[in-house]
Design a binder for this molecule. Structure first.
Ligand code: 9MR
Length: 562
């Protein structure tokens, strides 16, 4: 009878807007009917037929789709499939993703280094300060005229990168770019996007206050002698699974590099632009960002391809550094992003000289190692204002919409009816960020064309992240009936609190299983996930994954208000 199918009904466990498409995936092929029950009254409010069965291209499993979009009345519901099973209760209401969006942004607050998180803001996840980073050593790979080996600099604040406690410029770069773009794309929504952080009442959007906490750290990562930017601030080896205040290992800034410097330039240029409008709140901040950006750009001009290669570095310098490498073999895309941001900031076309935008090539989804698309987004955001080369703007727009069109192809055949997972490649390390970044790209296509099919597909990727997927998990901590409870996250593991720190996006399925955890139950690409803290390859959290989650949930909220 199919009685034993685990979680046979897969849907967005948080819920749906009244007017949204509402879909659930029902595992198996035997059942053909479903019903929706109102939790408050116990009454059946909708009876529907399941779709024809579909075959999952990763696992070969059969499933059907339940569509109950016509149910619009706000309330709490369960979806039942007779003699198979039912979903947990979920809601239909306006602003259904408001808490999801706010919690994902608040996730960054919980990642703050160098400060105490008091109960007033952190609730049961309150903790003492750790990693003051006020006496950080210059690694032998990073000496310069002004800074000898083992000289000490102050480089506090910033966000912990992920489950670990190190701070990496490259990954901070894409994270900041994504968050700041949310602000630039939906500024009025961000005015009322409130997360209860210490700065909440300072008259500046919380999103910018949060970003500023990391920006101030980033500013300290530039060598004042020459404008180059250190690749990362790190322990030589990862800290244990302990709380920040128990960590006493020395920390270093290591080697300056072109990827880090150009990502820094892009972030400083964008920040200079944004904080110009908050001159009364932060006098001089915008100018400092612009100065830092220009200095970084000049360094990069002199050092156009200094690549960070950790193994090579360790052969030459002590101590060996074995933490996250974020090494990148190609910096063309960092040049594109930095050039676009400098150009949008200054309107000086000099910055675009020698930059090939590559708009004739298929657009890659942003990742920490591939950031040119962030530059495209900025170029089209300011297309009218910049009056750039019309052909260039046009080709970038076409590039974004063709990317979206490719995603939408064959959507009808997908067993989970999401563009996420159409190809096995989507299930890379941090696959949840692939789903979220696809959602963002689709929302840009929607902005450019006004065609609702793109916004709908973006929404479906949020449905994926919150439960309509082959694992049955909602990947955002604190949300969903079957939620991630054991992320590879030092704070969540060591704090003695049962619930993990909320608002953090788990990496998601990754069939490479580099962590070799023994608790995976499947090797299929879309199921290769284990909610176990051993699993840094499928169940870590990271700032560059959280940022697109914030963007997607917040942008959908913003659009739902329009
Ligand atoms: O997100 C990164 C992923 O793309 C890489 O394949 C992986 C291995 O190098 O590293 C991931 O980044 C990790 C970083 O190196 C250290 N902090 C935790 C990050 C998320 O797992």
């Amino acid at each position: 009878s199919g009685q034993n199918v685990p979680d046979p009904v897969r849907l967005n466990q948080v819920g749906f807007y009244p007017d949204a498409e509402k879909i659930a995936v029902v595992l198996g092929e035997k059942q053909t009917a479903f019903q929706l029950k109102d939790v408050a009254t116990g009454k059946t409010v909708f009876k529907g037929k399941l779709s024809e069965p579909r075959t999952n291209q990763h696992s070969g499993k059969m499933s059907r789709i339940a569509n109950f979009s016509s149910v619009r009345k706000p309330g709490k519901y369960v979806l039942e499939v007779p003699s198979l099973g039912k979903s947990a209760p979920f809601e239909i209401k306006d602003h259904i993703y408001k808490d999801v969006a706010a919690a994902s942004l608040k996730g960054f607050y919980y990642q703050r280094a160098s400060v105490e998180l008091p109960e007033k803001f952190a609730g049961k996840w309150a903790r003492p300060a750790g990693h003051p980073d006020d006496k950080v050593l210059i690694h032998a790979s990073a000496v310069s005229e002004g800074r000898a080996e083992n000289a000490v600099i102050s480089s506090g604040r910033g966000w912990y990168d992920a489950g670990d406690y190190n701070k990496y410029i490259v990954n901070s770069g894409i994270t900041m770019g994504t968050l700041l773009s949310l602000y630039e794309d939906y500024p009025s929504f961000c005015e009322n996007f409130i997360t209860n952080i210490p700065e909440s009442n300072n008259g500046v959007p919380d999103l910018l206050d949060e970003a500023l906490y990391n920006l101030r750290w980033m500013l300290t990562m530039q060598d004042p002698a020459d404008g180059g930017v250190y690749h990362k601030l790190t322990n030589p080896r990862f800290d244990g699974m302990v709380m920040p205040d128990a960590c006493k290992n020395p920390r270093y800034v290591v080697q300056k590099g072109t990827a880090a410097t150009l990502d820094f330039v892009a972030v400083m240029a964008q920040s200079g632009r944004i904080f110009k409008n908050f001159e009364n709140k932060f006098p001089g901040l915008s100018d400092s960002c612009v100065t830092a950006a220009v200095k970084g750009w000049e360094w990069a001009k002199k050092n156009p391809a200094v690549l960070y290669n950790q193994d090579e570095m360790n052969k030459k310098f002590d101590p060996d550094v074995v933490t996250g490498a974020y090494g990148d073999r190609n910096v063309n895309d960092e040049w594109i992003w930095a050039a676009a941001e400098m150009y949008a900031l200054t309107k000086k076309s000099d910055y675009l000289k020698d930059i090939a935008f590559q708009a004739d090539q298929p657009m890659p989804l942003p990742t920490w190692s591939q950031v040119k698309t962030l530059g495209y987004y900025t170029m089209i955001r300011f297309a009218d204002e910049l009056k750039t080369d019309l052909a260039l703007t046009k080709s970038l727009k076409t590039n974004i919409t063709s990317f979206a069109d490719n995603l939408l192809q064959d959507l009808e055949k997908q067993s989970y009816h999401t563009v996420m997972g159409k190809t096995a490649k989507d299930y890379a390390w941090g696959s949840s960020s692939v789903a979220a970044n696809q959602g963002i790209a689709l929302l840009y296509a929607f902005k450019l064309t006004k065609n609702p099919k793109y916004a709908l597909a973006a929404q479906e990727n949020l449905d994926y992240l919150l439960g309509r997927n082959a694992t049955g998990y909602s990947f955002l901590t604190g949300f969903g009936s079957k939620r991630v409870m054991h992320p590879h996250h030092r704070l969540s593991v060591a704090d003695g609190v049962v619930d993990p720190v909320p608002g953090l996006l788990s990496g998601g399925p990754n069939p490479a299983q580099q962590d070799k955890c023994t608790t995976y139950t499947s090797k299929f690409a879309d199921e290769s996930f284990t909610d176990d803290d051993c699993s840094y390859a499928s169940n870590e959290i990271a700032i560059n994954w959280n940022a697109p989650m914030v963007y997607l949930a917040a942008a959908l909220e913003a659009l739902s208000e329009m």
